[in-house]
Write a protein that binds this ligand. Structure first.
Ligand SMILES: [Mg+2]
Length: 316
């Protein structure tokens, strides 16, 4: 029987659903055994693997009326690819778990799979397996596996005297989410940034090769995530607002909604730019912006002052 995208999943068999999803995932040449056996078999390119996992829960991390299935697919892949990127690595393999309500139409997981595949294609990664099960809300569980061609960059390597640098958009997704929460759909560029983040997938390796001492991706907020580097490295970090860019659409949203646009930049999450420390300004690669400095002590300050705001996304 041919499947229709408006068919409720309760009428679609598990194997038919899995087959329809897997159809979207081309297998790279490093995949020795792809979907279909008890486990996949993947050639390991180096003497280590980089592994990360992430959950997205409907209602908590996305809303179906704010983002299409394809957008959620992009985002679910992007946040995992970004975590490997933040080690200075590149993802080659992913697995995908989906909990789906029975009354959900088949089109949702298929569109999700298309978005997921499109995002994975940006780094040449293959989706080699996963699982589906029925549940009350949509839950997406992603595991990404990658490798670093140079020494992985941890959060713990920053030392006093280093400079702090940022690569990629920051604050855009928070601007988009704020707009959506107020019932608006524009500026479109910010809403799109929230729906489909664009992590700088080449910048992780670039930073590692340039000698980055510490690195992470900004998923919870610039100040909040800088605190992680400060804590893990046992140093103090000062961010300078004069060096943080406020893009024009954030200025516009700020003045329209009466919000200080720098707050989006300092506390916004989900854009997945990279935040790294380098031994000096001369070693900061092209495309990165120096936004602060590392000193003795602990914690994060903004322009030398204690930061008063919440700092970022709180998970619990
Ligand atoms: Mg991360």
């Amino acid at each position: 029987m041919a499947l229709r995208e408006n068919q409720p999943l309760s009428e679609v068999g598990e194997f038919e659903l899995v087959e329809a999803i897997v159809d979207n995932f081309p297998q790279g040449e490093h995949v020795l055994v792809g979907p279909g056996d008890d486990a996949a078999l993947v050639r390991a390119p180096k003497g280590h693997v980089v592994v990360t996992t992430d959950l997205l829960v409907e209602g908590r991390h996305f809303r179906r009326d704010w983002a299409s299935a394809r957008d959620v697919g992009h985002r679910a892949a992007a946040q995992n690819l970004s975590d490997v990127n933040a080690m200075g690595g590149r993802t080659h393999t992913l697995t995908l778990g989906l909990t789906l309500p029975g009354d959900l139409e088949l089109g949702w997981p298929l569109e999700f799979a298309r978005g997921f595949a499109e995002e994975c294609a940006k780094v040449g990664a293959s989706v080699v397996g996963g699982d589906v099960t029925r549940g009350d809300a949509i839950v997406v569980a992603v595991t990404a596996i990658g490798t670093c061609s140079v020494a992985p960059v941890l959060r713990s390597g920053a030392t006093p005297g280093d400079v702090v640098a940022l690569c990629g958009r920051q604050g855009w997704a928070a601007g988009g989410l704020t707009v959506l929460k107020r019932g608006f759909r524009s500026p479109r560029v910010l809403v799109e940034a929230y729906r489909r983040p664009e992590p700088p997938y080449d910048a992780g390796l670039q930073a590692a090769e340039a000698g980055a001492s510490a690195m992470m991706d900004v998923s919870d907020g610039l100040v909040a995530d800088a605190r992680h580097i400060a804590a893990e490295s046992r140093v103090a970090i000062d961010l300078r607002t004069a060096d943080l860019e406020i893009p024009e659409p954030l200025e516009a949203v700020g003045s329209a909604l009466g919000v200080e646009p720098m707050d989006f930049v300092l506390t916004g999450g989900e854009d997945h730019p990279l935040l790294a420390t380098f031994p000096d300004a001369a070693s900061v690669p092209e495309g990165w912006r120096v936004v602060g400095s590392v000193g003795e002590g602990s914690g994060v300050t903004v322009d030398g002052e204690e930061f008063a705001g919440a700092g970022g996304w709180v998970h619990f």
